[in-house]
Design a binder for this molecule. Structure first.
Ligand code: DAH
Length: 340
C-alpha cells in the first residue's frame, strides 16, 4: 500500500487540474489502488478486517480532503486570473470630456450686454434682414443720398410691402426705428447683433461682423451724459481705466456726430511703470437727429435730447485679446477658437 506521506508529496508537486484528476483516479477512483484494497478485505479475518478497515478509511478520508484542498487552490487561481483580466484600474485618468465654451465674439458680446444692463440699458436683438427703409431712410439716410453707398449692401431677392428688396442690415442702427416705435420714449436700449457688408475681406474687414447699437432718449440728456456713459461702459468692458476723446464725425443719423477714441492706462511689463496706450478709434456716436425721432413717431421738440452709438464687437474683442487679424473669428480654425 502506498505511503500516505508519499501520496501527499506527489500531490503537492501536481501543477495542473488534469494531473490532479489522474492522481485521483490512481488512488481513489473506481479502479484506484485504495479502492481496490477495500475490495480485498473479504479474505481477511474479522479481526484483521476491522483494523485494516479503520486504517483504510482514515487514509481515504485524509486523501479525499487533501485532493479537495488542492482542487480548491486550482479553482482559486482560475478565479483570480479571471478577475485580473477584468480588472478596472480606477486610478487611471478618465478620458476627458471636452466641454465647449463661448466663441470669443459671443463672450465679448455678452460682456457688453451685461455691462450695458448693469447701467440700466435693456437688451434687444433686432432683425438681421431689414427693409431698405429701416436700414437707410429711418436713420436719415435718403435712398438717393450718396451716404447709401457708404455701405456695400447685400440685397435679397424678397421684397417688402413697398416693393423694395430686403437687405441684410449693414449696421445695427437699422434697429433704431423699430425699437423706438415698440417701446416709445423715454428709452434706454442696446441692440447687439450681426451686420453684413459686401466688403473685400482683410485683416480688419469681414463680410459679417457684430455691432452693438446704443440708444438713450430722455429729456435733458447732454453730450456730457453721453461721455460719462461711454467712458463707464468702456472701462467696465476693458477692465481698465479708460479715457475717452471725442472728435467731430459725420453720421446722417446724429447731429452733432462724433468719432470716439479711447485710451487706457496699463502697467509696463518691463519697468512696472503706469503708461497710457495710444488712442484707438472705437466707435461712432452722436445726438440723435430730429428726423430719426420724427420717423419713429417721437416729437423732436419735446424729446430733442438723446444719444446713439454704434460699436464694433469684433473690434473690441480684437483689441481686448490682442488679435491682429479678425478673419480668425470666422474661419473656423479650432486652434484659435480653443485658445480662448
Ligand atoms: N452705424 C454706424 C456704422 O455702422 C455706427 C454709428 C455711428 C452708430 C454713429 C451710431 C452713431 O448710432 O450715432 O458705422
Amino acid at each position: 500500500m502506498p505511503e500516505k506521506n508519499q501520496i501527499l508529496n506527489e500531490l503537492s508537486a501536481v501543477s495542473t487540474k488534469d494531473e490532479l484528476e489522474t492522481r485521483y483516479q490512481t488512488y481513489l477512483g473506481k479502479k484506484g489502488s485504495i479502492t481496490q484494497q477495500f475490495k480485498t478485505m473479504g479474505s481477511l479475518s474479522p479481526e484483521e478486517r476491522k483494523n485494516k478497515g479503520q486504517e483504510l478509511s482514515a487514509l481515504k478520508t485524509a486523501l479525499e480532503e487533501a485532493f479537495a484542498e488542492k482542487e480548491t487552490t486550482f479553482l482559486m487561481s482560475e478565479i483570480n486570473a479571471l478577475l485580473e483580466k477584468d480588472l478596472v484600474d480606477i486610478s487611471l485618468p478618465a478620458k476627458r470630456l471636452e466641454t465647449g465654451h463661448y466663441h470669443l465674439l459671443a463672450k465679448t458680446r455678452r460682456e457688453m450686454e451685461e455691462i450695458a444692463q448693469s447701467m440700466g440699458f435693456r437688451v434687444e436683438m433686432g432683425k438681421e434682414v431689414v427693409s431698405k427703409f429701416e436700414n437707410f431712410e429711418a436713420v436719415n439716410i435718403p435712398i438717393t443720398h450718396p451716404a447709401t453707398e457708404m455701405h456695400d449692401t447685400i440685397y435679397l431677392k424678397d421684397k417688402d410691402e413697398r416693393g423694395e428688396n430686403y437687405v441684410m442690415r449693414t449696421h445695427t442702427s437699422s434697429a433704431q426705428n423699430a425699437v423706438i416705435k415698440k417701446y416709445g420714449v423715454p428709452i434706454k436700449v442696446v441692440l447687439p447683433g450681426r451686420c453684413y457688408r459686401f466688403d473685400e475681406m482683410d485683416a480688419t474687414h469681414d463680410t459679417m461682423f457684430y455691432q452693438m447699437e446704443g440708444v438713450y432718449i430722455d429729456k435733458n440728456i447732454s453730450i456730457a451724459n453721453f461721455k460719462y456713459v461711454i467712458q463707464t461702459f468702456l472701462s467696465g468692458l476693458l477692465q481698465k481705466k479708460v479715457e475717452v476723446r471725442m472728435r467731430p464725425g459725420y453720421f446722417p443719423f446724429v447731429e452733432p456726430g462724433f468719432e470716439i477714441d479711447a485710451r487706457y492706462e496699463y502697467l509696463d511689463q518691463k519697468t512696472g511703470e503706469k503708461k497710457l496706450s495710444k488712442w484707438i478709434e472705437l466707435l461712432g456716436a452722436g445726438m440723435i437727429h430730429p428726423n430719426v425721432l420724427k420717423t419713429a413717431g417721437v416729437n423732436p421738440e419735446e424729446w430733442r435730447s438723446g444719444f446713439a452709438f454704434g460699436i464694433g464687437v469684433n473690434r473690441v474683442a480684437a483689441m481686448k485679446y490682442g488679435i491682429k487679424d479678425i478673419r480668425y473669428f470666422t474661419n473656423g480654425d479650432l486652434r484659435f477658437l480653443k485658445s480662448f
